[in-house]
Design a protein around this ligand. Structure first.
Ligand SMILES: C[S@@+](CC[C@H](N)C(=O)[O-])C[C@H]1O[C@@H](n2cnc3c(N)ncnc32)[C@H](O)[C@@H]1O
Length: 428
């Protein structure tokens, strides 16, 4: 490329048409980038250690409930997160296509006596493996992928997770991506820098594509000796929160929670990034309808993040090798303190989108023994999201007594209507 090519460049560029990222995977660039990752003077390529420590602590405590877990870090860079998570007892795998970062990650793991599996490869092509409790892709890199690649990565992450386990994305807000595309152009001269170890000029310009809702940043590097020009471009897809939600739901994730930052707290929020936790949906929820006279037993979940609560029939997903009936008996015992007998299947219905499950099967149960009390959620990732706050009876004949929360609940309300019908309490 020469100066004339630059002058005659096509403006505006089409997102992703002139390359999809800065050259993280070129050996020399990746070596220079490694210094940026490790620098404690700024938070450009990776964050400074005190921030990483707080974020790792949040992932360990809140996302994983302190339980030793199998973690996959996509775009792990030099392993600053995987190393810390492994030191907390987790089993970690990291994938990144930067050779210098992976080399550094492997060296530091071995110096610290940690058995971490690092794989040098492109996230779009590399096999992720399976059986993970957590897959994470952090520090905004998700937005760099065009929609097609983003869907591919989400589908691969879904396949790598155990049922109900979590994907943790740290992604850009819509405004942040738009901000990248509306920054004014700039140039600088350097004896050496990230894009070249030789004296060079760096010219940058940005574009916002309103149709594709994507930003593109172009970098022209002009070599000081030869005058040769090299062009790089990175594009970023913008998503609203609803956009992230439907992308995740479309790839089989539910129970989507938005956090203001990777430490969960508002005061930690950078204006540009947020954390999104999404659970791999289970196929079927097995639930028990304990009905006495016209009353049915419900439990109340209270979300830790939002403080919001909702009522639902007790139940959950089947464990490996468990029969449907055994699952209902176990869930009722864990969640309500009651030992029940499963009598018969009452309903088998699809779930609305956005929950953990694709269907629910509801079984009529009778109480054998036990004292009704709100139980505990034994699964760490579920316990990290909510606690069981209450267990109470609701009269199927009297919708007014259910309260507005239930009447506007798109999951529970249709199920109670169905039970009303099954038990002949629905008028007409
Ligand atoms: C902003 S850095 C964040 C690194 C690390 N997650 C952290 O926060 O310390 C983004 C990382 O994603 C990696 N990356 C970007 N695109 C990738 C791809 N297609 N395949 C593999 N790694 C990729 C880069 O090499 C880089 O290490």
């Amino acid at each position: 490329m020469n100066l004339l090519d630059l002058i005659q460049r096509t403006n505006p560029p089409k997102p992703w048409e002139e390359g999809d990222n800065i050259p993280w995977n070129e050996p020399e660039f990746s070596q220079r980038m490694l210094s940026e990752h490790l620098s404690q003077a700024h938070d450009a390529a990776s964050r400074r250690v005190e921030i990483i420590d707080r974020q790792v602590n949040w992932i360990h405590q809140v996302v994983l409930g302190g339980k030793p877990s199998k973690i996959l870090d996509l775009g792990c860079g030099p392993g600053l997160y995987t190393r810390r998570l492994a030191q907390l007892g987790h089993t970690c795998t990291g994938i990144d296509f930067s050779p210098a970062s992976i080399r550094y990650a492997r060296e530091t793991a071995s110096q610290n006596g940690l058995n971490i599996n690092y794989c040098e490869g492109d996230l779009r092509q590399t096999d992720y493996g399976e059986g993970f409790d957590l897959v994470m892709l952090i520090f905004g890199e998700f937005n760099v992928f065009c929609m097609q690649d983003a869907n591919l990565i989400l589908a691969k992450a879904w396949g790598a997770l155990k049922p109900t386990r979590n994907l943790l994305l740290e992604a850009h807000t819509f405004a942040a991506v738009q901000g990248i595309g509306t920054e004014p152009g700039s140039w600088s001269a350097a004896h050496s820098g990230l894009f070249s170890a030789r004296p060079h000029l760096l010219l940058e310009e940005s574009f916002w594509d309103d149709t594709q809702q994507a930003s593109t940043r172009r970098y022209f590097v002009m070599d000081g000796d030869s005058g040769n020009l090299t062009r790089y471009a990175a594009s970023y897809q913008a998503y609203s929160n609803d956009g992230y939600r439907s992308l995740l739901e479309g790839n089989g994730f539910g129970k989507i929670i938005f956090y203001p930052s990777l430490t969960g707290f508002e005061e930690e929020a950078s204006r540009n990034l947020m954390a999104i936790l999404a659970g791999k949906e289970r196929k079927i929820r097995y639930q028990g309808a304990v009905v006495q006279g016209s009353r049915v037993l419900l439990i109340q979940h209270r979300e830790h993040a939002s403080g919001s609560s909702y009522w639902l029939l007790p139940g959950g997903g089947r464990e490996e090798g468990e029969s449907e009936e055994a699952c209902v008996v176990r869930e009722l015992s864990e969640e309500t303190g009651l030992q029940v007998k499963v009598e018969q299947l009452l309903c088998d219905e699809p779930e609305p989108q956005g929950g953990y499950y694709q269907r629910h099967r509801t079984f009529l149960c009778t109480i054998l023994s036990g004292t009704l009390q709100p139980g505990v959620e034994p699964e760490a990732d579920a316990a990290a999201r909510y606690s069981i706050a209450e267990a109470a009876w609701f009269d199927l004949r009297d919708e007014n007594s259910w309260g507005e929360g239930i009447r506007s609940d798109r999951f529970t309300y249709p199920q109670l209507k169905q039970l009303k019908k099954v038990f002949g309490f629905e008028p007409g």
